[in-house]
Design a protein around this ligand. Structure first.
Ligand SMILES: Nc1ncnc2c1ncn2[C@@H]1O[C@H](COP(=O)(O)OP(=O)(O)OP(=O)(O)O)[C@@H](O)[C@H]1O
Ligand SMILES: [Mg+2]
Length: 250
């Protein structure tokens, strides 16, 4: 996509971005020759090497790869947590690397839901407050946001633990709350970093089902995983990450 095309992209400064706006979006995620080099002292680590990826809305993308191959780096870049060293990145057709951190953080809150291997819930906040957390920029009343957050907890069958702190929850329960949090603001893209790695069979199955449900609803879901049951899911596109290079399995 030429750089000037994004001038026609969605106006995110509007109060309400409607479904019609998203229908015009060509790619949920697009990376063009993206590299990420970490500099520590004199050493340079090329964590991503000329990565190209096009993800359309509603696609399920599964990426596997050895420890240290660059999976988390790639997700952090797509989620606007980190910046590319070179190359171009478009999320919902917006070149988010060109914007300042203020824009990037509000863009992140409304467009990408992040699910981590270690859940990353805020330890001092209850389950309900953790789900409310990404809704902080909304202009709706606290009461209506609380109702929305409660509905999301119901969706992951965690409403009965709404006032529990993270340490008062099991691992699987924490991850379900983390999924409810990722669904806050109804983002079009879900990013998951080894979401089932620390979970036992039953909890893992629930997380897999929730991810697939979100994908069926039309969200683009990108999962970094070694979980064979996710990798073998029909209808997904599979990729392999090797020393910072991304390759599609065909
Ligand atoms: N902040 C950082 N500073 C320097 N090097 C880093 C940093 N983060 C990651 N790296 C290096 O970049 C490479 C890719 O790391 P990354 O965390 O993306 O791998 P990964 O595939 O997610 O691994 P794992 O499966 O263990 O989670 C590794 O060699 C790692 O040591
Ligand atoms: Mg990782």
């Amino acid at each position: 996509m030429a750089d000037h095309d994004y001038l026609d992209a969605i106006d995110y400064t509007k109060d309400e971005v409607g479904d019609d706006d998203f229908e015009r979006v060509k790619y949920a995620v697009k990376l063009v020759d993206v590299s990420r080099v970490y500099k520590t002292g004199k050493k340079e680590i090329e964590a991503l090497k000329n990565v190209n990826l096009e993800v359309r809305q509603g696609e399920l993308i599964v990426i596997s790869g050895r420890s240290g191959s660059g999976k988390t780096t790639l997700l952090n870049i797509i989620g606007a947590i980190d910046l590319v060293t070179s190359g171009r990145l478009f999320v919902m057709d917006v070149p988010i690397n060109d914007y300042d951190e203020t824009f990037r953080s509000s863009f992140r809150l409304s467009n990408t839901g992040f699910i981590f291997q270690s859940y990353n819930l805020v330890s001092t906040l209850t389950a309900l407050e953790n789900v409310l957390f990404p809704m902080q920029l909304s202009s709706k009343s606290l009461k209506s946001l609380q109702d929305e957050a409660m509905k999301l907890l119901e969706r992951v069958e965690m409403e009965h633990r709404a006032d529990h702190l993270p340490w008062q929850l099991s691992s699987g329960e924490q991850q379900r709350v983390a999924i409810a949090r990722a669904m806050a603001n109804d983002p079009p893209i879900i990013l998951a970093d080894e979401p089932t790695a620390n979970l036992d069979g039953e909890s893992g199955q629930m997380i897999r089902d929730l991810l697939l449900e979100l994908n069926k609803e039309g969200k683009a879901v990108i999962v970094m995983t070694h979980d064979e049951r996710i990798i073998n899911q029909s209808g997904c596109r599979r990729f392999r990450m090797e020393s910072g290079a991304l390759q599609e399995d065909v």
